[in-house]
Design a protein around this ligand. Structure first.
Ligand code: NAP
Ligand code: MG
Length: 500
């Protein structure tokens, strides 16, 4: 029997007990991994191990896939009604709301994001997202297609079957919900692998899914390492689709495994190097605050982070002055202290990676304008960092850093900034700041990005699709668009009176 993680939070923002099973959740039961091994769970605020989760294996993936198939073919998929699925999902949303503080506290402990954002951004969005997809569950519609009076032709949007979902550590709860929302609404059965760095909220969510009354096997959770459990999911012959969020490198591996196994459908939400464009007619005060939120939100560990800030030459110096002053006000420290905007980076690996990029910026001749150093002597804290005087080929300009590090670059005019902004292998997001909406919108239409924010940044809504151009991904999550990832179209052609 798997052990339980019990913890009493006694912080300024949350006091209370949390208890979650540490096993795999397969076929409605908590189990140990087939090899009886565990993975350490580390608190990024201290760098210390505080619990261990069961480690899944390919054998556990097989068991989970079998349970998912059994559920799909008997009590889920086409054997259930949309309104029944909707009711279960609303129940789950209610339970998430009732456990909102616990979910947020676990996320802060495990990931390092501040409790304030974990609760008011992540948990709130996650609940809204489940409710949004609960609303779709009984509105999955095909079409009647007029061909001739001799025929009745229509389409059905049937659930694709058993799906694999592999999620990262930067928004553990939100990424889980973006994936299970459309899958549950359409009637797919799920095998999910969270990131080994941040497994805790998925464990509590599995408990809530159980409590909501979803039939056993509809949702299965297999924690484990990416190269083992993630790989087993992406090459599994009985998984019909895999949804992945994470690095472009691993995204490629997933597509390759899908191609080499059963040609399963693949959706990928990958990295970015997104531009923030500030024109000389922007509301400067607002542009400064949104640009800072664009890069520093979630410690820069956001796929859509606005890490390249382009500022028109006439206002460059003034923008940089105000942006620097604003950045200095962002406090870094304990995620449970409500005064702090930024907690630690998620792991030693990410800390080292970001510091490596900061070193490369210095070595390649950029000016380290602000930050670039460690905060405190334990945990993975890094000061918000600004580089200037960059060149287009520097690593800090081209590559995704995934930390609180931005480059501020001067541009001449509208045409120049579009070329510079689009000069990236990525195309996840972008933003434009101008009080002239004609200018802002015509620039937005020229940018190669799946989302363009005009006079704001990092605002997400369950109803609005999100995903990438170019190497930022394939497919869209959120909104009605995400439903098509989880359904397959059947055309039925009925002969009314044609004889041969
Ligand atoms: P990653 O390796 O892509 O991890 C994402 C997920 O994929 C994790 O659950 C991971 O498992 C799993 N995985 C790893 N190798 C796999 C494989 N061969 N087959 C199937 N699944 C596999 O990302 P990371 O190493 O944690 O972060 C590295 C960089 O990725 C970041 O610095 C950032 O640039 C980017 N990233 C982007 C996003 C995003 O939202 N777009 C999110 C996270 C990271 P483990 O549990 O073993 O890690
Ligand atoms: Mg952790």
């Amino acid at each position: 029997m798997p052990e339980t993680f019990k913890h009493t939070f006694d912080t300024a923002v949350f006091k209370g007990d949390v208890s979650v099973p540490l096993g795999l959740y397969i076929d409605g039961k908590w189990v140990d991994g087939a090899n009886n091994t565990t993975i350490d769970v580390i608190n990024p605020t201290t760098g210390k191990t505080f619990t261990k989760i069961a480690e899944g294996t390919p054998k556990d993936v097989d068991t989970a896939v079998a349970a998912a198939h059994k559920a799909f073919e008997t009590v889920w998929g086409l054997n259930t009604t949309g309104s029944d699925r909707s009711r279960l999902m609303h129940k789950l949303a209610d339970l998430m709301e009732a456990n909102g503080d616990r979910l947020a506290a676990l996320e802060s402990l495990d990931n390092g994001k501040t409790f304030h954002f974990a609760k008011n951004t992540d948990v709130e969005h996650a609940v809204a997202c489940i409710r949004y997809y609960a609303g779709w569950a009984d509105k999955i519609l095909g079409q009647v297609i007029e061909t001739s009076e001799a025929k009745l032709c229509y389409t059905r949007h049937e659930p694709i079957g058993v799906v694999g979902q592999i999620i990262p550590w930067n928004f553990p709860l939100v990424m889980m919900i973006w994936k299970i929302g459309p899958a549950l609404a359409t009637g797919c059965a799920i095998v999910m692998k969270p990131s080994e760095f941040t497994p805790l909220t998925a464990l509590l969510m599995s408990q809530l899914i159980h409590e909501a009354g979803f039939p056993p096997g509809v949702f299965n959770l297999v924690n484990g390492y990416g190269g083992v459990v993630g790989q087993a999911i992406s090459e599994h012959p009985r998984i019909e689709k895999v949804a992945f969020t994470g690095s472009t490198l691993v995204g490629r591996k997933i597509m390759e495994a899908a191609a080499k196994s059963n040609l399963k459908n693949v959706t990928l939400e990958l990295g970015g190097k997104s531009p923030t464009i500030v024109f000389d007619d922007a509301d400067l005060d607002q542009a400064v605050k949104w640009a800072a939120f664009g890069i520093y939100f979630n410690h820069g560990q956001t796929c859509s982070a606005g890490s390249r800030i382009f500022v028109q030459e006439g206002i460059y110096d003034e923008f940089l002055k105000r942006f620097t002053e604003h950045t200095k006000t962002l406090k870094v420290g304990d995620p449970f202290n409500p005064e702090n905007f930024q907690g630690p980076q998620v792991s030693q690996q990410q800390y080292d990676r970001i510091m490596g990029y900061i070193d490369s910026g210095k070595e390649q001749g950029a000016t380290l304008h602000l930050g670039g150093s460690r905060v405190g002597n334990e945990g993975y804290f890094i000061t918000p960092t600004i580089f200037t005087d960059t060149k287009p080929n520097m690593k800090i300009v081209k590559e995704e850093i995934f930390g609180p590090v931005c480059v501020v670059i001067k541009f001449k005019d509208d045409a120049d900034v579009v070329v510079q902004a689009n000069d990236s292998v990525y195309g996840l997001a972008a933003s434009v700041f101008s009080q002239n909406l004609t200018r802002a919108i015509s620039t937005a239409h020229k940018l190669q990005a799946g989302t363009v924010w005009v006079n704001n940044y990092n605002m997400l809504h369950p109803n609005v699709p999100f995903g990438g151009y170019k190497q930022s991904g394939i497919g869209r999550e959120l909104g009605e668009y995400a439903l098509s990832n989880y359904t397959t179209t059947k055309a039925v052609q009925v002969n009314l009176h044609i004889k041969i």
